[in-house]
Design a protein around this ligand. Structure first.
Ligand SMILES: CC(C)(COP(=O)(O)OP(=O)(O)OC[C@H]1O[C@@H](n2cnc3c(N)ncnc32)[C@H](O)[C@@H]1OP(=O)(O)O)[C@@H](O)C(=O)NCCC(=O)NCCS
Length: 154
């Protein structure tokens, strides 16, 4: 099995959207932001099938957001491949640091980031966002994120 990470195309976004709850429109929103030049929408494909994605927001310190791997494909290195690709893109933008936020209730994701060289900055933020649950019901959630950063090697 070969995992490839690249910028998502419209076709990738449609295929990712097929496994979203009805009305979620997450991949469509990432694609729109990429087309507007605001973000880089990365997709991981295994044998051509999109199994995960992430969004890199450019800036002085580019930020990796919305990292997600399909449940059945977790624990096989796809998340780490997406993070590695985001770091290479950030380095290509001239950045020396990459930042991300991880929910205080998401210790497994935090463990992955720590393993890949990210360290807590000490900053925390609270975000309220809307999402569509598995039953297609629109909900609002508030999440407290711990910020983590990694220094990229030159
Ligand atoms: C976090 C996530 C992207 C990791 O993707 P992945 O492809 O499973 O990651 P990798 O295979 O590269 O690394 C596995 C590590 O990820 C972490 N992990 C977090 N949640 C996991 C899960 N549900 N299943 C497996 N590993 C998970 C663990 O640290 C794991 O290491 P371990 O196997 O030693 O326990 C994925 O689990 C996911 O999409 N989770 C739900 C959304 C989420 O939490 N996103 C992060 C927001 S900050």
């Amino acid at each position: 099995m070969t995992v490839e990470v690249r910028r998502a195309t419209a076709a990738d976004a449609w295929r990712l959207a097929a496994s979203e709850p009805p009305g979620a429109a997450v991949a469509a929103s990432h694609l729109r932001r990429q087309e507007a030049g605001e973000v880089l929408f990365l997709v991981a494909l295994e044998d051509g099938e999109p199994l995960g994605s992430g969004v890199l927001v450019p800036g002085d310190v580019p930020e990796l957001r919305h990292l997600f791997v399909a449940e059945a494909a977790r624990g096989r290195g796809i998340g780490a491949s997406l993070i590695g690709a985001a770091e290479r893109e950030a380095a290509a933008m001239g950045a020396t640091l990459v930042e991300l936020g991880v929910g205080v209730d998401n210790p497994r994701a935090a463990a992955l980031y720590r393993r890949l060289g990210y360290a807590e900055t000490g900053e925390r933020s609270k975000t309220t966002y809307e999402y569509v649950d598995r039953d297609g019901v629109r909900r609002t959630a508030t999440e407290t994120d711990v910020h983590m950063r990694k220094r990229l090697r030159g």
